[in-house]
Design a protein around this ligand. Structure first.
Ligand SMILES: Nc1ncnc2c1ncn2[C@@H]1O[C@H](COP(=O)(O)OP(=O)(O)OP(=O)(O)O)[C@@H](O)[C@H]1O
Length: 807
């Protein structure tokens, strides 16, 4: 057992050190029995050799392939630097581990030497120190913070991960994917399983040729290594395999460990090397963006530069191997910045005809405003097709549906050409790759309602098939529960996300035994293309965004693609007004009520045609119900319709109506409505219609549409409404309803089971039209009054709050 042997050796070294101290004391006492007489001629020769060797050793200090591993002890107390092949030329092992102070010195000396003699980024350092819990590396902390020391394993599981990291370094070097070296420093291994030791030996055998050097403390049987043995009060060193010291087994003279380094020197040197590494590893945002936008070929995938790690530039891809990405990180961990780096990088490298962005943000905040025109800055990213800011879940669902439909469309075209991949499709037609980013996607999946189950099904389909059709997902979440929600629903989905991106504090995006994200700081990211497997991480540094560079790119893209309209934007938090509808949206006989929460953000309304039941009930006490009714009336009168209006609330703003019915006269007027007239009534629940009036109302409902008479009534309470129309018998007589703050459980008795999940919330309404092909109704943002102008005049255009420039 190497662990046992090391423990024995450590104990022996302790005894030896005590014996050596005793010998020194005896020497000082002048006991001649401890002195060995040496020929004076030999001593003189030794002095000459030592002087020459010391001078050349000094010159060799800058050679990364040679390590000053200690001192050679000569007669008369003279010493000579012990220089051994290292790096690509050999490993070094010791019989005792870093619990012996001299060996801990060796560990620090070797790391500072190896890092300092190589170009920044040319060397990765990974440590194992289970017996002293990382204490051997503690003075080198700045190097760990800077990511030069990538990991120090302090328990058996982490030790296995560290070995796996070194093994993957060998594999990557063999595959030609890396050119840097790794120094694996086993400072102490404790009672390691035999299997792990064998893996270390295998690493040592293949490492020299393939980029891994091992400093194996307490591993005297390490292959391809010079071994420093501590025994009998002295340390000896065996021959380095490729460059023996002489003809014997090892160096003829005793040696000693390196002298303890001054702590302030270690701290200063570690800091200097850390700063040097950081400076070399840092790209600026401008470095991510080419000076002029480019038109890369998206056929085989999309590639984007996101930062650097010790081995150089880090580029990530959307392709067959990593079609979808999962991104995690705690609040303030840099997720927004990282996504901007990626998306601006992509937009600068691919033309809008080759890359389409769908951007969904489900959290409160201002994500993705850098892609859309604002009042202060009209520039935008032309690749963005649809942007949801503080999106409703239903908007997210609409986007996912659109993307699924797009896959179906592409599959038809691909069948026609007899091709099975996106690259094959691109040989015939230039479809863009699509990247859909859903920030805080767990909101979409929360709960057990229809939206959640549809979203899971759509996501699953996109995740499984997207790669073949050039459709890619980026799901980002700050919360653990976000990702767990998806695990719980369909654990198979995440199998389609081999690319895991963990920002500081991310937990669930990596495998549970991979704690790489807990060791990085702001500005760093763990990139793992093997679904988060421990040992397959790259730790990269990515830059903060730069508003000037972003603005410049938007302007450049705007000039280059002036024909491309701004994206459709859904602002979940903004009210909408009738005044902002476009002329094409206003049609005679159509009462407009709001905007659909859908990808096209169409104006939502009801057609008042001659079919039976073409009436509208606005239901719920929310005052926005009254405002939506005002908009409906204004949209009708704007197209020349005749409207008679009655207001039982005293708060309605009645514009351009043909005739105002006083509340008292309402019941009597019902029988006198002329043909082709809409009757609008606010607060019908307060009308207290008696039986006769109710019968007149029901007659109007039944016979009105045939002669162009339609009722648009606002009842603030459902009971009054159902009473007035005659309960379930009158259900078909009012085919349209705009439901506001009445819960699903309440309305389902009248409208049907499918509405039980309706969850009323401010600024949203459910539009039900029994004659339209929308079984579950449509979520709409009801038109509210313009602060100053009531429902507002209809004007010919408008840009906010829902941008509609792209058709
Ligand atoms: N690579 C980086 N280098 C320097 N600063 C950064 C970097 N990434 C992010 N930051 C800074 O950290 C802060 C938080 O970043 P960011 O807004 O991206 O975090 P987040 O994870 O999206 O958090 P939240 O969603 O809570 O805003 C910002 O002030 C940002 O400038």
């Amino acid at each position: 057992m190497p662990g046992f042997q090391t423990a024995l050796a450590n104990a022996a070294a302790g005894c030896d050190a005590a014996a050596a101290r005793l010998a020194q004391v005896a020497q000082r006492l002048g006991d001649a029995a401890f002195q060995t007489p040496v020929d004076p001629g030999l001593l003189a020769a030794e002095r000459q050799v030592a002087d020459a060797a010391a001078a050349s050793a000094q010159q060799l200090r800058a050679d990364p392939e040679l390590l000053h591993a200690g001192r050679v002890i000569l007669h008369e107390g003279r010493t000579l630097p012990l220089v051994v092949p290292f790096g690509a030329r050999g490993h070094l092992a010791t019989s005792v581990d870093a619990r012996v102070e001299g060996v801990a010195n060796l560990v620090r000396t070797a790391i500072l030497h190896a890092v300092g003699t190589r170009e920044p980024g040319g060397l990765r350092v990974v440590g194992i120190d289970t017996a002293t819990l990382g204490a051997s590396f503690a003075p080198l902390r700045p190097l760990a913070d800077a990511g030069v020391i990538e990991a120090v394993a302090t328990d058996a599981r982490a030790a296995a991960d560290a070995v796996a990291l070194a093994e993957s370094q060998v594999a990557e070097r063999i595959a030609g994917r890396r050119t840097d070296r790794m120094l694996l420093v086993v400072a102490s291994l404790g009672e390691a399983p035999r299997q792990l030791v064998e893996r270390l030996y295998a690493l040592a055998r293949s490492g020299l040729a393939h980029g891994v050097t091992v400093l194996g403390c307490g591993l005297p049987e390490l292959p391809q290594a010079a071994v420093m043995h501590a025994s009998a009060g002295a340390v000896t060193i065996t021959n380095p395999p490729a460059a023996p010291f002489g003809r014997g087994e090892g160096l003829a003279a005793p040696v000693d460990w390196p002298e303890a380094l001054d702590p302030s020197f270690v701290a200063g040197e570690a800091l200097r090397l850390a700063e040097r590494a950081k400076a070399a590893a840092t790209l600026t945002f401008a470095d991510l963006i080419p000076a002029r936008p480019e038109s890369g070929d998206p056929s085989r995938g999309l590639e984007v530069l996101i930062g650097r790690d010790a081995a150089g530039e880090v580029r990530l891809r959307f392709d067959d191997a990593t079609p979808h990405w999962l991104v995690g990180g705690r609040t303030g961990g840099g997720k927004t910045v990282f996504l901007l780096d990626v998306l601006y990088g992509l937009a600068s490298r691919y033309a809008p005809s080759d890359l389409a962005l769908f951007l969904l943000d489900f959290k409160e905040g201002v994500s993705f405003t850098e892609f859309i025109p604002t009042e202060r800055d009209p520039s935008f990213i032309p690749h963005a097709r649809a942007v949801g800011v503080e999106s409703d879940r239903e908007y997210g669902l609409a986007v996912l549906k659109t993307l699924n439909e797009e896959m179906t469309r592409r599959s038809t075209v691909m069948k026609r050409y007899g091709v099975a991949s996106f690259a094959g499709l691109r040989e015939h037609e230039s479809y863009p790759r699509i990247v859909c980013v859903a920030d805080e996607f767990q909101v979409l999946l929360a709960g057990n309602d229809r939206v959640a189950s549809e979203a899971v099904a759509l996501l699953e389909n996109l995740a499984r098939k997207g790669r073949s059709y050039g459709v890619h997902l980026v799901l980002a979440s700050q919360t653990v529960s976000g990702i767990e929600a998806l695990w719980a629903k369909k654990d198979s989905i995440f199998g389609q996300f081999p690319m895991r991106i963990a920002l500081p504090g991310a937990r669930t995006v990596l495998e549970t035994n991979n704690d790489a994200a807990s060791r990085i700081s702001l500005g760093q990211v763990v990139v793992n293309t093997e679904a988060g497997t421990a040992g397959a991480d790259r730790v990269a540094r990515f830059p903060d965004t730069d508003t000037h560079v972003m603005h410049r790119l938007r302007e450049q893209l705007g000039e280059a693609h002036s024909g491309v309209g701004a994206p459709r934007v859904f602002y979940g938090y903004r009210p909408v007004h009738l005044a902002e509808t476009l002329p094409g949206e206003r049609k005679p006989g159509r009462a407009l009520l709001g905007r659909e929460v859908s990808l096209r953000l169409d104006a939502a309304g009801v057609d008042l045609d001659r079919r039976p039941g073409r009436h509208l009930a606005v239901l719920g006490s929310d005052p926005v119900g009254g405002e939506a009714l005002e908009a409906a009336v204004t949209s009708l009168t704007g197209n020349g319709a005749s409207v008679w209006a009655a207001d039982f609330t005293g708060a309605a703003i009645l514009q351009d109506i043909s005739y105002r019915i006083s509340p008292e006269a309402f019941a009597a007027s019902l029988a006198e409505i002329p043909d082709d007239t809409a009757v609008a009534a606010w607060g019908l629940d307060a009308a207290a219609l008696d039986l006769k009036a109710q019968q007149a109302l029901r007659a109007l409902l039944r016979t009105g549409p045939a002669r162009g008479v339609h009722l648009l009534g606002w009842w603030r309470n459902l009971r009054r409404f159902t009473d007035d129309i005659g309960g379930s018998a009158g259900r078909e007589d009012v085919a349209c309803a705009l439901v506001l703050n009445l819960p699903g459980g309440e309305i389902m008795s009248h409208f049907g089971q499918q509405f039980q999940h309706w969850n009323p919330r401010a600024g949203r309404a459910l539009l039900i039209d029994r004659h339209a092909d929308t079984g579950g109704g449509r979520l709409v943002v009801p038109f509210s009054r313009n602060e100053d102008h009531g429902p507002g005049p209809q004007r010919s255009g408008g840009n906010t709050p829902m941008e509609r420039t792209r058709q």
